[in-house]
Design a protein around this ligand. Structure first.
Ligand SMILES: Nc1ncnc2c1ncn2[C@@H]1O[C@H](COP(=O)(O)OP(=O)(O)O)[C@@H](O)[C@H]1O
Ligand SMILES: [Mg+2]
Length: 234
């Protein structure tokens, strides 16, 4: 699902060159549920944004769902963002003046083929799936943090993505709300074969994932027990 080889990312500002990703190589298989862990500032969000085609300014090879993200035109890029990948963020990013159901159906407005096709019914079905069937017409303002995040998950699933990218999705939640959010990721992963990458500091998240990937000093640490790649040893 994800193939990354020799990925470098610099943030250049003024005279500064912040070399954040220093040769990241990584593969994630279709249907995997993986946690991405590393210290604050280690480049986790940067990596996620590149994989989700939010950031195209990098060197190296990034292939997602069979599509190379290098040199993707605007049209192909927005199609990729609408159809292949979805994001869930720590801060939910719901629109407060829309109902919960309209928030869930929001992706339809960016995808002409989906518009008008029983959006509301699909939004309601997804809200039932995230145990919010009773909150369809409510304003997001009236929801708890955990409920808001479940709305964000329903919205992320609306366009049937193949890949879900979550950036510290439980970071703003109490542990009970976080556990339910986590259960929903696990459930969609199992039921739909959705590939999920979760950036997290939370050992509880890492525990339920199939695999934990550690990023450090701009590179992926070798998996435990795996031999270090030639030339990368001490
Ligand atoms: N938009 C940006 N412009 C300049 N520097 C950035 C930007 N985003 C992140 N950085 C820098 O890149 C490094 C990695 O940041 P980030 O990917 O957010 O790390 P993490 O998500 O692991 O905490 C940090 O040094 C951060 O200051
Ligand atoms: Mg981050």
């Amino acid at each position: 699902m994800i193939h990354i080889a020799g990925l470098h990312k610099h943030y250049r500002e003024g005279g500064n060159d912040n070399h954040v990703l220093r040769g990241v190589s990584l593969d994630v298989a279709k249907g995997e549920l993986v946690a991405l862990m590393g210290q604050s500032g280690s480049g986790k969000s940067t990596l996620l944004n590149i994989v989700g085609a939010l950031d195209g300014d990098y060197e190296g090879e990034v292939v997602v769902g069979g599509q190379s993200l290098r040199g993707l035109g605007d049209k192909a890029r927005s199609r990729f963002r609408n159809r292949t990948v979805s994001f869930v963020f720590q801060q939910f990013h719901l629109l407060p003046h829309l109902s919960v159901a309209d928030n869930v159906a929001l992706p339809a407005w960016f995808d002409r083929d989906e518009r008008g096709k029983d959006q509301h019914a699909r939004a309601v079905a997804l809200l039932e799936r995230v145990r919010l069937g009773s909150k369809v017409a409510t304003s997001p303002r009236l929801l708890s943090g955990g409920e808001k995040q479940r709305v964000a998950i329903a919205r992320a699933l609306f366009n049937h993505p193949a890949l879900l990218l979550a950036d510290e999705p439980t970071g703003a939640l109490d542990s009970a709300s976080g556990a339910l959010v986590l259960e929903l990721f696990r459930e969609t992963n199992r039921q739909d074969g959705l590939t999920v990458v979760i950036v997290t500091h939370d050992p509880e998240v890492a525990r339920v994932c199939d695999r934990v990937i550690h990023i450090r000093d701009g590179r992926i640490e070798p998996a435990e027990g795996a031999p270090a790649a030639a030339g990368e040893g001490a």
